[in-house]
Ligand binder design. Structure first.
Ligand SMILES: Nc1ncnc2c1ncn2[C@@H]1O[C@H](COP(=O)(O)OP(=O)(O)O)[C@@H](O)[C@H]1O
Ligand SMILES: [Mg+2]
Length: 263
């Protein structure tokens, strides 16, 4: 028995699109400060399951609990207000504002400040808030581009900004759907580095297609295939699982020209 508190619990969750069962009776538990990943081939149901957790879809069957509360029929906004946060994939940023202005806005949205003046005024509270934003710029390696307009950022810088904006809201759980998609190897390392800095103080769930990217980073793995969970547990243990090797593993190794996935 794991003593850590349950943050998210899905029980027997199913989502259909017509005849297609995209998510098929999935049960899943995410515990406090876990760094967990869900992998699977394209079409396995990862994003649909992610959208069920965050409230973008309602399941046809089953329940989703967040810190013990049934949130199955709550909107994404209601879930965010309870401390669930997903990165909004390239849409949450304001392209014509600078990096630092985006961070300030995100901070305000999250902390529901009565007015922008409060931060800009030279109050001690304002100074504390400014310090927080400076810290985030450091942590996320964004100091060099702090005054750059978001539309002029590289994809990797933008991805780090999105995660930084989510973290500023101090969410209980950070949910990331393919945060490494489209990034170069060096950008992948930088994004993983900033996430690694959160380990131990942040519950993180990453949905990822390529296990090779996140294998060393994850403490726990869940493998989906055709809408079902086929393995759940330690990373190495999951990758040794016969059904994983038959389905997901095969797909990744052939697609990746057999790059080394298991040490
Ligand atoms: N809005 C939708 N309408 C119909 N089918 C969908 C919808 N979203 C996803 N699907 C289907 O559900 C299955 C799982 O998709 P998805 O969760 O996006 O896979 P992945 O594991 O690649 O993220 C796929 O067959 C996909 O085509
Ligand atoms: Mg997906």
């Amino acid at each position: 028995m794991d003593a850590r508190a349950e943050i998210i619990r899905a029980d027997g969750v199913t989502k259909r699109f017509g005849a297609l069962v995209a998510v098929d009776n999935v049960s899943y538990v995410l515990r406090e400060n876990e760094v967990a990943g869900i992998i699977g081939s394209n079409g396995a149901g990862k994003t649909v399951f992610f959208n069920l957790l965050t409230g973008y879809y309602e399941p046809d069957k089953g329940t989703i609990r967040y810190q013990g509360v049934d949130v199955t029929h709550m909107t994404p906004q209601q879930r965010v207000a309870r401390g669930m946060m997903r990165t909004f994939q390239l849409t949450s940023t304001f392209d014509n504002l600078s990096v630092v202005d985006n961070l300030v806005l995100s901070f305000f949205r999250a902390h529901r400040k009565p007015s922008l003046l409060q931060l800009l005024l030279n109050t001690s509270k304002g100074q504390r808030d400014e310090k927080k934003i400076a810290e985030v710029l450091d942590t996320f390696d964004l100091q060099d581009v702090r005054d750059r307009l978001v539309k002029n950022l590289s994809l990797g810088e933008k991805r780090r900004l999105e995660i930084a904006m989510a973290i500023l809201a101090e969410p209980k759980v950070l949910l990331l759907d393919e945060p490494l998609a489209g990034l170069s190897e060096s950008e992948i390392h930088r994004v993983l580095d900033v996430l690694r800095g959160r380990v131990g103080q942040q519950t993180i769930l990453i949905v990822e297609h390529k296990i090779s990217h996140v294998q060393k980073f994850l403490q726990r793995l869940t493998v989906m295939h055709e809408g079902r969970v086929i393995a759940d547990g330690g990373v190495e243990e999951c990758l040794r699982h016969p059904e994983v090797r038959r389905s997901y593993w095969q797909i990744e190794t052939t697609a990746e020209q057999d790059r080394t996935v298991v040490a």
